[in-house]
Design a protein around this ligand. Sequence first.
Ligand SMILES: [Zn+2]
Length: 475
Amino acid sequence: MLKLYNTLNRKLENFKPLSDGIVKIYTCGPTVYNFQHIGNFAAQIYWDLLVRTLRADGYAVRRVLNLTDVGHLVSDGDEGEDKLEKGAAREGKSVWEVAEFYIEDFLKNYRSLELSEPEVIARATDYVEADMRAVDAMSANGFTYETEDGIYYDTSKFSDYADFARLNLSGLQAGARVGFSNEKRNASDFAVWKFIKPGEKHAMRWDYLGRPGYPGWHLECSTIIHETLSEPIDIHTGGIDHIPVHHTNEIAQTYAISGRELAKYWLHCNFITIDGEKISKSLGNVYLLSDLKERGFSAMDYKMWVLSGHYQGERNFTFEGLEAAKNRRNNWRARVAECYQQSKKSSEASHLGHAQGRSPELTVLDGSTPADFSTTFGQILAAVNENLNSAEAFAIIDNSELSIEDWKKVDELFGLRLIADTPDVSDEVYDLIREREAVRVAKDFARSDEIRDELTRRGILVRDTADGPVWQYVK
Ligand SMILES: [Zn+2]
């Protein structure tokens, strides 16, 4: 049974889908005005684990990820600079070109991490007409009011507004700056639609209510969920920074649009710090996956590092930690290679008439049987079923013997390319390894060294053990 920590109740709960059909999941995606750093991708890795765990548990999943390609403001509130306009000014491009460029870059990196593709990747600009219908509905239901600069959500009309984030609204009201949008009725009210004033520079604009404007940034998620999945959905995911404003506002909007609850389970991941510091440009620690690659670490090494911890914990990234994750993955790959060698050995032994007397049908695995939690893989799956505890699952992998079938399932569950990056070597290489063993026994060390060098050129290291030579990939 899958257990998840639900922000809605601040409790670990047994996961029960809303219907027997498909588990509906929504993930708040990036604003595409800049490169996504490794901290941003950590969140995507955690939610990929969620999807893969549900699938391993036998659920069908339909997941939607949004891409915020419509300009929204640098702060969570309704003041400040527009992110896409900022990117466009910085790069001398149009806002549309900026969005296009960073979407492509995001997807390229996303795929390099072997993250399962969401069933729908929704670009916010494709849903602006639906946004207008949503504002119409909220207004018809009496949840909005108009000011000089936009249509605002009246949070006093939604009595549960403070519940999700356990907000102190009177404190918020008292703390609001004087003159902070003087037309706002409550400090927590927010724009669902912004008007563009005459002469105001704003490239992305749509006509609504007889004047140019653009959607408030919280709106797209409510709209996209309404259009693609239909609320209530099973699971909504995001970062903990989304709780007090963005997700609180999504819940409020959806209630005003349809009177329905938005999601049954809310999962929030914590931040990543780098060498103990917040990720920030001024500290020069905004690492991209390409920066890690330059230092000799693959996307898989980084994914391995992320999955060695828990999504709710604040994680501190260091290159020493990444090195350890890389070594651990290489060790697992060496164990995959050993599985090939063992099966090679036993098939050779049986050819020579030295079969171990094991009846072959006992080793046939039937993938259609349900997960058996007494097996090694069953224990691994049971660990991730405990609120996605991949760290515990990794410890089980470190300390158990896994068959090649187990490794295949581990790869399906975590997407670590252990098998894909560790193909069995060719017969030719096996012949070389055997020849090296023979010449070593005959003390022809010159030839033995020659073969070793040849194998090294092919990326293969051979270790001599009591049971004979064992090969593994060097990288
Ligand atoms: Zn969102």
